[in-house]
Design a protein around this ligand. Structure first.
Ligand code: IPE
Ligand code: IPE
Ligand code: MG
Ligand code: MG
Ligand code: MG
Length: 323
């Protein structure tokens, strides 16, 4: 694992070094964001999948980096959309500079991600480009649902799951499929590893939602309670409303609609309802369900079990992460 992580960090570092210096407010937010770390889970999944199918990680690296740069681009825009002041324990780009800077640096990162991806040689490139494009567009679709749901009424758990599949899970899935295809995995196996990623990715976003409510700011690196403040229709909220008794339902509705209440109180009161209804445990149950689905997809991959252990253990560790 360490050798793959080193490969990724070195790749990110040299990507940052090669960025032009001018205009400074276009490029310095790019290296700022990428240098703040992050788990690098998507490039790691891409390289692990590549390795599992017998590929050479050095060949897959540009694609893995492309995905990480794309992911970081989405974070710049997401933090504007979510009004999030903090990312990786530092000011988010729009907070440190301004929204125009975050929009434009994000745009540049999107282009850069395609530049990286296009380092992969044909005929593989023509296989992975549609995978990347589909995931990238679906992320936009998911983000649009996420924003629309903030404003609207409650949605079904099914609608929520579709939203997080789009905004988050498909990019993890595509990372795995792209890594697999660069290793010349056969189409059936590439599809199984994609489905594995989708299920793991859904569990990953459920955990992200949990951490947003129950995590420690120093570890998560984001402002805790942001989802509650902005009325995000998370699994936590939807489940709570589903299980709430009459008076809890009234309390939840009034927290969602109140213009006056200060954010700290809103977070505190919502968390206390979540706690009363064991929402944390119920969310973890749901995560486990999707994790198990993912394991099922993994079992369908026609490779020896010993080849699969790295990916499975990474996926396991994601389910208990604190950041
Ligand atoms: C955050 O992604 C956005 C989501 C899709 C949940 P990560 O949790 O992978 O963030 P970093 O890259 O590790 O900071
Ligand atoms: C982010 O979901 C999904 C994308 C960035 C596409 P969130 O809005 O929950 O991610 P965080 O919590 O800000 O990292
Ligand atoms: Mg968001
Ligand atoms: Mg966000
Ligand atoms: Mg979140």
């Amino acid at each position: 694992l360490k050798h793959l992580q080193d490969l990724i960090e070195k790749g990110i570092a040299s990507f940052c070094q090669e960025l032009p210096s001018q205009p400074e407010n276009l490029y310095s937010p790019v290296s700022y964001t990428l240098s703040l770390g992050g788990k690098r889970i998507r490039p790691l999944l891409a390289l692990l999948s590549n390795e599992m199918f017998g590929g050479n990680p050095v060949e897959a690296l540009p694609a893995a980096l492309a995905i990480e740069v794309f992911h970081n681009f989405t974070l710049l825009h997401d933090d504007i959309m979510d009004n999030a002041p903090l990312r990786r324990n530092k000011e988010s780009v729009h907070a440190k500079w301004n929204s125009n800077v975050a929009i434009l640096s994000g745009d540049a990162m999107l282009v850069k991600s395609y530049e990286l991806l296009s380092k992969i040689k044909s005929p593989i490139l023509s296989q992975i480009l549609p995978v990347f494009n589909k995931a990238a567009l679906e992320v936009c679709e998911g983000q649009q649902y996420d924003m629309a749901y903030e404003q609207g009424d409650f949605i079904s758990i099914k609608e929520y799951l579709n939203m997080i599949e789009l905004k988050t899970a498909v990019l993890l899935a595509a990372s795995l499929e792209i890594g697999a295809r660069i290793a010349n995995a056969n189409p059936a196996n590439a599809q199984h590893v994609y489905e594995f990623g989708k299920n793991i990715g859904i569990a990953f976003q459920l955990q992200d939602d949990l951490l947003d409510a129950f995590g420690k700011q120093e570890k998560v690196g984001k402002r805790i309670g942001g989802d509650i403040v902005s009325n995000k229709k998370t699994f936590l909220l939807l489940k709570a409303f589903e299980l709430a008794n009459a008076s809890q339902k009234i309390a939840i509705k009034s927290l969602l609609s109140s213009q006056q209440i200060n954010p700290e109180n809103k977070i505190k009161e919502m968390l206390s309802i979540f706690n009363d209804l064991s929402i944390r445990e119920l969310t973890e149950e749901k995560m486990n369900y999707f994790f198990d689905q993912g394991l099922g997809n993994m079992q369908k991959i026609k490779l020896g079990d010993e080849r699969k252990t790295n990916l499975i253990s990474i996926a396991k560790s994601l389910m208990v992460r604190e950041n």
